[in-house]
Every structure is written in structure tokens, then in C-alpha cells.
Write a protein that binds this ligand. Structure first.
Ligand code: ADP
Length: 455
């Protein structure tokens, strides 16, 4: 069964055709500058690649071009459109209406389009894209709409209500919705899959051009940082994140800006770009900071500080935290940032970025890492020692990225050594051995406390 997945913007359309049996990508590409002039790329699994300019006046034109490449082009990957079993569309805003993915019918398309008030930039073009897709592929082909907001639908009112007159929620749907839901859902699910269980209290950090965090309790989102729109939360590539709302009217008056101009300033000219004056791209910002650019350094410091602050507040909201997960271009690759965030006082024991999970998944002897982590910590905190468990804990420390991993490893190794000495002493002189053992235990407990306690 092949599924075509579509991620449409107002002037772009990204696509992948996936063979579900082995989840391999048969072909993928992007159509850009739709409605302006148009160009597209197509890459097939057999290595065929094409990048062309084409008249893409509408999204329907884009679908025609893609379909032609997939079915009849030089690098075609299927023989007929009938080999596509279903289509999935990413939709930005599901509002209060959609708390999970749905099969698309006319009413769904209307509902998506009708959310233009709360999502003017995304929902109307996405509804139009789904309609165009139905025209090209026919109404009989099942299509699903997958909403960025849906995973956050479990948030309680105290997390999603803004402290403004209530009628704006009741009559106009002004509340926190949250975005990046597909990402938060995927990474939390993948983590649970690889660890064998869902962490009880998890914080997922999606850090890309747009960034958001989610506080997840037993697999359900209880809070998230993006709000009514994706503008809220932490500093992003070009978006400001949370700011004092009075700044909006103050700058609007100062610059004589109206809604559009103000939206552009906050969405496209702020964030890392606005502060650094260099770039919205975190790699560029880091490079400039290394070269001594103080504003670039400030932008990087702000991202790190805001992350620590938000993680700390979510840890409080969750009543503690068992795991923090980083994903997105920055989250996966900026190891220095992750290190710094974990070192700067988040008060958590360990973190499990996606790529580390992949490592443990490939291990020929995957085991219940989470349980062993907890067991090891509890074991040493309580002052008990069992050599077989210490070995498992050490193996676990090798696989996972623990906070204060080195200290913890050293404490366990030293504990092993001292326990072995204690056993020898016990054998040599009964009575004296017990005292040696207790001293070793006490020291171990102290060191372990130092290693695992929140800074
Ligand atoms: P999008 O939100 O557009 O999908 P990505 O998730 O691809 O974006 O993330 C893009 C961001 O990831 C950019 O700011 C980029 O600089 C950053 N990034 C990618 N690789 C690295 C790296 N090695 N170190 C630091 N930042 C990186």
C-alpha cells in the first residue's frame, strides 16, 4: 500500500510517496513559488532526480506535475494512480473542532477553510490544496487531514485559557491551541516504543526554525508553549516568542504600523534574526557568536536561558520530570546547547535525544533502559549495593545520556571496588568487615546524591 503525504503552504507543497510495507520513500520533492512562477523538484528511490521550472499557477497545477512524474515520467515509481491507496494532508489548525486526524469530506474541507479567522495564513491555502487534490485524484481516494494542533487537545482549561475577557474564548475561540503536534506526538511515541514504556512525566522540545515545548503526562499533553498562533513560546528563528503584550501597541504607535506590518515584525523580523541582526539560522548565529559578535551571543544565550526557564516551569507543572527529549534541526544537532541546558539547572537526571534512542535501538541486546536507570539511581540513593545490578546500571549509563553521567559512573565503579574490598575484609576479619561496608555504602550514597541531585 502506498500513501502520498502532503505538506502544503500558501506557495509551496512538499510531498512524499511512501510504501507502507517497509515504510520506504518511493519519491519525494517540493513544488515552490506556486502562484508566482513555479518550480519543482522530484527525487525517486531509483536515484532519478529532476529540478525544473514549470508554470504552477495553482496547487492543482502542482499536483498535475507531481502525478505526471510519479506515473509517467522518466523516474516514475508507480504505473497508475490506482497504486496510491490514500493521501494524508498536514493541516496547521484544527481549532476546537478536530482533536484527532479525520477522513476528509466536503464538510471537513469547509471546516478547515472556516478557521480562517484564527489561522489566516495557513488554513485557507491548505483547504484549497485538499480541494485541488480531490479534483486531480478523484473523490473516491481516501484522504486524511492530520492537524498540528490535535495532539495538544488534552490540555486542561487552566493551561489553554488566556486571562482576557472570557467572551473572546467563548465567541471567538481565542485560547492556547499549540502546534507541532505531529512532531511532539511522534517523538514521544517513538521514545515509548524504544524504551518499552511511556515516561510518566516527559518534556519534549521541538527546536527548529519554529520551536515549541510540550509537557506530557502519561502520554497526554498538559501544556505547550505555542499558543493561539505559533508566535508564542520561546525565541525562534524569526518569531519573537512570548513578549509583554503592551510592546505590540507601543511599537505599532512608534512605527505607525497596522496589523499586517506588526505581524510581519513579530513573525518575520524578530527572534534570533531580530536580536542577532545576523541570521535566523542557529548555525550562523553560533558561528558569528564564536567570532565575537556580542548580539549573536546574546541571541544564543537567550534561547538557552528561555529553554531552561520553560523546562523548569514544566517540570514544576508536571510535579517532576522523568525525561527530556530534544528534536528538530537545533534539538537534534546542537549538542552544545543541549549540554548547556541540562547543566544549567533543569534538575533532571537524564535526557534522551532521538539519535541516542536510535543507538540503543540498534543495540543487539536492547533492554528496558528506563527501568534500569531508575533502579540504579534508587539503588545507590538507598545505599544498597548488588554487583549484578551495578553492571546493568553501568551498561545503561553507556547507552543513555545521563545528567552527571561521569560522576555517576565513577560513583558506581568506586562502589563496586569498595564492596569487593569490603567482602575481602569481611572474609579476613569478621566484625570489622561490617564497619568497612557501611562506610563504603555511606560514601557511595553521598556521591550518588551529589551526582543526581538537582543543581
Ligand atoms: P524547520 O522548522 O524549518 O523544519 P529544522 O527543524 O530543519 O527547521 O531546523 C532548522 C534549524 O536547525 C536551523 O536554525 C539550523 O541552523 C539548525 N541546525 C541544523 N543543524 C545544526 C547544527 N549542527 N548545529 C546547530 N544548529 C543546527
Amino acid at each position: 500500500m502506498n500513501i502520498l503525504v502532503i505538506n502544503a503552504g500558501s506557495s509551496s507543497l512538499k510531498y512524499q510517496l511512501i510504501r507502507m510495507e517497509d515504510e520506504s520513500i518511493l519519491c519525494k520533492g517540493v513544488c515552490e513559488r506556486i502562484g508566482i512562477d513555479g518550480k519543482y523538484s522530484y527525487k525517486a528511490m531509483n536515484g532519478y532526480k529532476v529540478e525544473k521550472e514549470a508554470d504552477l499557477f495553482t496547487h492543482k497545477d502542482a499536483f498535475d506535475v507531481i502525478l505526471h512524474e510519479m506515473v509517467q515520467g522518466e523516474g516514475h515509481v508507480i504505473d497508475s494512480v490506482n497504486e496510491i491507496a490514500a493521501i494524508g494532508h498536514r493541516v496547521t489548525h484544527g481549532g476546537d473542532k478536530f482533536s484527532h486526524s479525520v477522513l476528509v469530506d466536503e464538510a471537513t474541507i469547509d471546516a478547515i477553510a472556516n478557521m480562517r479567522d484564527i489561522s489566516p495564513l495557513h488554513n485557507p491555502p491548505q483547504a484549497a490544496t485538499i480541494r485541488a487534490c480531490r479534483t486531480v485524484f478523484g473523490e473516491a481516494l481516501p484522504m486524511a487531514a492530520v492537524f498540528d494542533t490535535a495532539f495538544h487537545a488534552t490540555m486542561p482549561p487552566k493551561a489553554y485559557t488566556f486571562a482576557i475577557p472570557y467572551k473572546y474564548y467563548e465567541e471567538h475561540g481565542v485560547r492556547r491551541y499549540g502546534f507541532h503536534g505531529t512532531s511532539h506526538r511522534y517523538v514521544s511515541g517513538r521514545m515509548a516504543e524504544l524504551l518499552g514504556e511511556m515516561p510518566h512525566r516527559l518534556i519534549t522540545c521541538h527546536l527548529g526554525n519554529g520551536s515549541s515545548l510540550a509537557a506530557i503526562k502519561d502520554g497526554k499533553v498538559v501544556d505547550t508553549s505555542m499558543g493561539f498562533t505559533p508566535l508564542d513560546g520561546i525565541i525562534m528563528g524569526t518569531r519573537c516568542g512570548s513578549i509583554d503584550p503592551s510592546i505590540v501597541s507601543y511599537i505599532a504607535n512608534l512605527e505607525n504600523l497596522h496589523e499586517r506590518g506588526m505581524n510581519r515584525l513579530l513573525n518575520n523580523e524578530s527572534g534570533l534574526l531580530g536580536v542577532s541582526g545576523v541570521s535566523s539560522d542557529f548555525r550562523d548565529v553560533l558561528e558569528e557568536a564564536e567570532n565575537g559578535n556580542e548580539r549573536a551571543q546574546l541571541a544564543a544565550d537567550m534561547l538557552e536561558y528561555q529553554l531552561v526557564k520553560l523546562i523548569g516551569s514544566y517540570a514544576a507543572a508536571l510535579g517532576g520530570v522523568d525525561a527530556i527529549l530534544f528534536t528538530g534541526g537545533i534539538g537534534e544537532n546542537a549538542m552544545g546547547l543541549r549540554e548547556q541546558v541540562m547543566d544549567d539547572g533543569t534538575g533532571v537526571c537524564y535526557r534522551v535525544p532521538e539519535f541516542d534512542l536510535e543507538v540503543s535501538a540498534q543495540d543487539e541486546n536492547p533492554y528496558k533502559t528506563m527501568e534500569y536507570n531508575q533502579l540504579a539511581l534508587q539503588l545507590f540513593q538507598m545505599g544498597f549495593f548488588r554487583e549484578d545490578m551495578a553492571d546493568q546500571a553501568l551498561r545503561c549509563l553507556e547507552l543513555m545520556e545521563f545528567k552527571n553521567k561521569d560522576q555517576l559512573t565513577a560513583a558506581i565503579l568506586q562502589g563496586k571496588q569498595q564492596a569487593a574490598m569490603a567482602q575481602t575484609a569481611e572474609g579476613a576479619a569478621s566484625g570489622g568487615g561490617m564497619a568497612v561496608k557501611q562506610t563504603a555504602m555511606e560514601r557511595m550514597r553521598q556521591q550518588t546524591h551529589e551526582a543526581v541531585r538537582p543543581r
